[in-house]
Design a protein around this ligand. Structure first.
Ligand code: AHR
Length: 502
């Protein structure tokens, strides 16, 4: 059996685990909001009309932040439509997803939902059809305590205390020709800079995210980041990155190596941001908000919006069903995000419910976990302390898309006070089990506290409401520590979490 070696040493760490790595995303898209987080007639509905079963699963995911309200949706959105008495809220065409938006849920309801879910809102402003003024109005509505037009309107609408939203995205995917109000990098960079500058006049204590590229395969990738940051460097804190992966033409080996692309994406944006920093003689460093990432089968029929005269409310859209291999890739993408914790200050799994999501619901019925729920929930719960700089020596495998890649990928985190260690590891082999051997002598005497593996003889097995146990991680009884050497057997196409403590 091939063997992969890791060396872990607390003297070599790359930075702290950042809670905001474990964000997700709620967009007014398909059934994410309506019959996703909100369904007043559902048997589990709270007094505010939110699905209690979805709230419970969201808490179990330990979600740090939730980006809202889009996505492509935000680039045509009028936030005022979603405020005030429900009966008077307008129904509008949502051009991004060719749907009808009823506006039953808006900013006030979303913030209430976040408080109930134990998470923080990350608000996006419309820089597609709108501009700095409307962003300022929304910020005033959310964060000014009282005594102005919009803050008093919020109070009249029932929210006495300010929402105090600290995390703001300056538009969405403005590099994409599909985006309403798509712009060149220079046009967008100027608008982002001016919007950011004015927003800080209302509230200095904001984290502001400029739009980066919507994928690393965009023809403008690299140039976009450079030009946007040349315009906006001093005014923003983070630049966004978006990436979706899928298996194409039965090439499972390349799909399992998707994190190679995420590594490349993060390292390229970091290099570009640092080049602008040097040329502009800036001192601060720009971080990355990887605020859309996931597996998404975009070519499937369910990703195609309705057309013609059909403008449905909350249609079935992007309801991807995830299998075991998809969960292994999601686990590996989290490994990549954590490995780059020095640069990646925030991330959002896109999305949360029904739309390319870890949680699925039936209208009026059950809510259940998709396969990708598990690596997210376990990594969010157990990655803590410092991310260690893991030295990996692993056999290589050939992939059509990325050339030779290591069969094993891993990251480890360690809490200094307790000495607790979490190791997250994937075996990317399509066919071969792999032995993991990790040298942990530098970490003192440790014992295995928990070892679980997500795998199945059929990597294409998907989760349904009726087979939840079959696709959940199972205890891995092969994990041992002997004389400072951690060993475990990793089945092909698998994601594993190993927790050790003194
Ligand atoms: O998450 C689905 C869509 O993907 C978002 O609306 C958009 O920002 C991205 O292209």
């Amino acid at each position: 059996m091939p063997v992969a070696h890791l060396t872990l040493d607390p003297a070599f760490s790359v930075g702290p685990v950042r809670r905001n790595t474990f964000g997700t995303f709620v967009e007014h898209l398909g059934r994410c909001v309506y019959t996703g987080i909100y369904e007043p007639d559902h048997p589990t509905a709270t007094a505010d009309g939110f699905r209690g079963d979805v709230l419970a699963l969201t808490r179990e995911l330990e979600v740090s932040t939730v980006r809202y309200p889009g996505g492509n949706f935000v680039s045509g959105y009028r936030w005022e439509d979603g405020t005030g008495p429900r009966a008077q809220r307008p129904r509008r065409l949502d051009l991004a997803w060719h749907s009808t938006e009823t506006n039953e849920v808006g900013v006030d309801e979303f913030v209430t939902w976040c408080r109930e879910a134990g998470t923080e809102p990350m608000m996006a402003v419309n820089l597609g059809t709108r501009g700095a003024q409307e962003a300022l109005d929304l910020l005033e509505y959310c964060n000014v305590p009282s005594g102005t037009h919009y803050s008093d309107l919020r109070r009249a609408n029932g929210a006495q205390a300010p929402h105090d939203i600290k995390f703001w995205c300056l538009g969405n995917e403005m590099d994409g020709p599909w985006q309403i109000g798509h712009k060149t990098a220079r046009e967008y960079g100027r608008l982002a800079a001016e919007t950011a500058r004015a927003m800080r006049m209302i509230d200095e204590d904001l984290t502001l995210v400029a739009c980066g590229s919507s994928s690393s395969s965009m023809p403008t990738f690299g140039t976009w980041e450079r030009e946007v940051l040349e315009e906006a460097y001093e005014h923003v804190d983070l630049i966004s990155a978006h990436a979706y992966y899928a298996e194409h033409d039965g090439d499972l080996a390349s799909f399992l190596a998707s994190a190679v692309d995420m590594d490349h994406f993060i390292e390229s944006v970091s290099a570009t941001a640092d080049a602008v920093r040097a040329a502009g003689k800036h001192t601060k460093k720009i971080g990355i908000s990887f605020d859309e990432w996931n597996v998404w089968y975009q070519h499937r029929a369910e990703s195609r919006p309705p057309s013609g005269q059909d403008w449905p409310v909350a249609p079935v859209l992007l309801q991807d069903k995830y299998n075991v291999a998809d969960a292994v890739v999601v686990g590996n993408l989290l490994i990549s995000l954590l490995r780059h914790t020095e640069r990646v200050h925030a991330a959002s799994l896109a999305q949360l419910v029904n739309v390319i999501a870890p949680i699925m619901t039936e209208p009026g019925g059950r809510a259940w976990k998709q396969t990708i729920f598990h690596p997210f929930a376990l990594t969010s719960a157990h990655a803590a302390g410092q991310v260690l700089d893991v030295a990996v020596r692993a056999p290589q495998t050939q992939t059509a898309k990325f050339g030779d890649v290591p069969l094993l990928d891993a990251v480890a985190t360690r809490e200094e006070e307790t000495g607790a260690l979490s190791v997250f590891v994937v075996n990317r082999s399509v066919t071969e089990p792999l032995t993991l051997e990790a040298d942990v002598r530098a970490l003192g005497e440790l014992q295995v506290v928990e070892a679980v593996t997500l795998a199945n003889p059929d990597p294409y097995l998907a989760a349904t409401p009726d087979n939840q146990d079959q696709v959940a991680p199972q205890p891995n009884s092969t994990a041992t520590v002997t004389e400072g050497r951690l060993a475990a057997q990793l089945p092909p196409v698998s994601w594993t979490m190993l927790r050790l403590a003194p």
